[in-house]
Design a protein around this ligand. Structure first.
Ligand SMILES: N[C@@H](CCC(=O)N[C@@H](CS)C(=O)NCC(=O)O)C(=O)O
Length: 226
């Protein structure tokens, strides 16, 4: 018997999409609940264990939190191929590399929305100084750091046979994390990030396209490389 899964997140990709992808690839039916920012979110937030999304319930169990915990649980419990034990080290190494990329980009990405956390006034992003700093950090990241991460990811894909981040005919949870992140750079919604930034990395472009062509994923995306 398949468990009854309810997955709740905002109507964006971000932290939720890897879990949705794993559920789709494992062919597990699930309730894909998407919360509107605004009144719906304001009412829901205080009822949640960490005041954050995503959350998941499994059958009539408690509200579960933490997207990576959900992802690993889905991979381990609902699929033979997403998180197999004999590939655990390779999968976790790939996840680590993708998380390094994510962490490296984070200050440039989030400075606008989280200015106070970075020691700036809340309205920093709307000031001339703020706009200039965000541009500078993003351009610097794209020219100095991005190429090195893309080269490492290309090497990983190639070393594992050219299809996914970990050798084999099937994607793993590492790909469920990597593909939305990489596609995100090409979707045109991040100021100062050229949507063509992956054009010089044909191995990665093919990787994303192969993943998005998988039967449960086909037709899911309309923007960015897919
Ligand atoms: N480590 C958590 C992070 C969750 C998180 O940061 N959620 C954000 C959206 S990506 C959120 O709910 N933000 C709204 C808020 O904190 O009020 C996870 O991966 O699930």
């Amino acid at each position: 018997m398949r468990p009854l899964i309810k997955f709740t997140y905002f109507n964006i990709e971000a932290a939720g999409e890897p879990v949705r992808l794993a559920l789709l690839l494992s062919k597990t039916p699930f309730e894909d609940i998407r919360v509107d920012f605004g009144e719906e979110w304001n009412a829901l937030k205080p009822t949640l264990p960490n005041g954050q999304l995503p959350v998941m319930t499994i059958d009539d169990g408690p509200i579960r939190t933490q997207s990576k915990a959900m992802l690993r649980w889905v991979g381990d419990n609902l699929s033979e191929t997403l998180y197999p034990r004999d590939k655990l080290f390779d999968i976790e190494e790939a996840i680590g590399l993708v998380e390094d990329l994510q962490r490296d980009f984070y200050p440039a990405q989030m400075l606008g929305g989280r200015a106070v956390k970075y020691g700036h006034p809340a309205d920093f992003a709307s000031t001339e100084e703020g706009k200039q700093k965000i541009r500078e950090l993003r351009e610097q990241f794209m020219s100095e750091n991005f190429p090195s991460f893309m080269t490492r990811l290309c090497n990983m894909i190639t070393a594992h046979g050219g299809k996914f981040l970990v050798r084999g005919e099937d994607p793993t949870i590492a790909d469920c994390i990597a593909v939305p992140l990489l596609r995100g750079f090409t979707r045109g919604f991040i100021d100062h990030v050229d949507p063509k930034c992956l054009d010089g990395y044909p191995v990665i472009v093919k990787y994303i396209k192969d993943f998005c062509a998988l039967e449960p994923i086909q037709g899911r995306y309309t923007s960015g490389i897919h």
